[in-house]
Design a protein around this ligand. Structure first.
Ligand code: GRF
Length: 203
């Protein structure tokens, strides 16, 4: 399978996916990495792995639609089977999302449906939650609202700083995201009528 990874930042999840492809855990190839921000560390990781990368700077576009159109043109050059959002911090237009329906995954650092959106770790801490986590889901029109595929939980301890939780969550993300991508590339994962299925069983 041909995979495109969209990024906006550090790219530790990108790195975990690169490693899983190199180790043949994932039966697929990252054909390109695309960032909406210049100079992010993700681009260095792509370069080091000899993966083509592109920057499409959202600040150079007047509208979200114009930006997503350019993004789609760039993506289509590669004829991918799967789009992976890995720390990609732009909201995508409904047109773009529908075009890749059933072929686009996101990872979100909370136990969805709790805490869609930003600052999830802080919100979980401030709510006094004893556990937190991360969710891999298919992307649909609803922000962080698509069907859930896999979650991992982590504890929140009384003396935690926010950064402790960030790191605990990231360690889990680096386990579950490559696994879900593996399932997709092995044709085990589908989205039908807004529901996720693994091996024909509804998740
Ligand atoms: C991850 O926590 C992911 O869940 C969220 O943004 C973070 C990206 O981290 N969407 P990285 O760029 O993969 O290191």
């Amino acid at each position: 399978k041909r995979i495109i990874v969209l990024v906006s930042g550090n790219g530790s999840n990108l790195q975990a996916i690169i490693n899983a492809c190199q180790n043949n855990l994932i039966n697929g190839k990252i054909v390109a990495v695309i960032s909406n921000k210049p100079d992010v560390y993700s681009l260095m990781r792509a370069k080091q792995a000899n993966i083509p990368s592109h920057v499409i700077n959202h600040k150079e576009f007047a509208t979200r639609e114009a930006f997503d159109h350019q993004l789609q043109l760039q993506i289509e050059q590669y004829q991918p089977d799967l789009i992976v959002l890995a720390g990609y911090m732009r909201i995508l237009t409904p047109h773009f999302v529908q075009h890749y329906s059933g072929k686009m995954l996101n990872i979100h650092p909370s136990l969805l449906p709790k805490y869609p959106g930003l600052n999830t770790h802080r919100r979980a801490m401030e709510a006094g939650d004893k556990e937190h986590g991360t969710t891999v889901h298919f992307v649909t029109d609803e922000l962080d609202g698509g069907p859930i595929i896999l979650q991992a939980k982590v504890p929140i301890f009384d003396n935690d700083e926010e950064q402790d939780i960030v790191e605990r969550v990231l360690a889990q993300e680096h386990q579950i995201y490559p696994l879900v991508i593996k399932w997709f590339c092995d044709d085990r994962l589908t989205m039908i009528n807004g529901r996720a299925y693994l091996d024909q069983t509804m998740i």
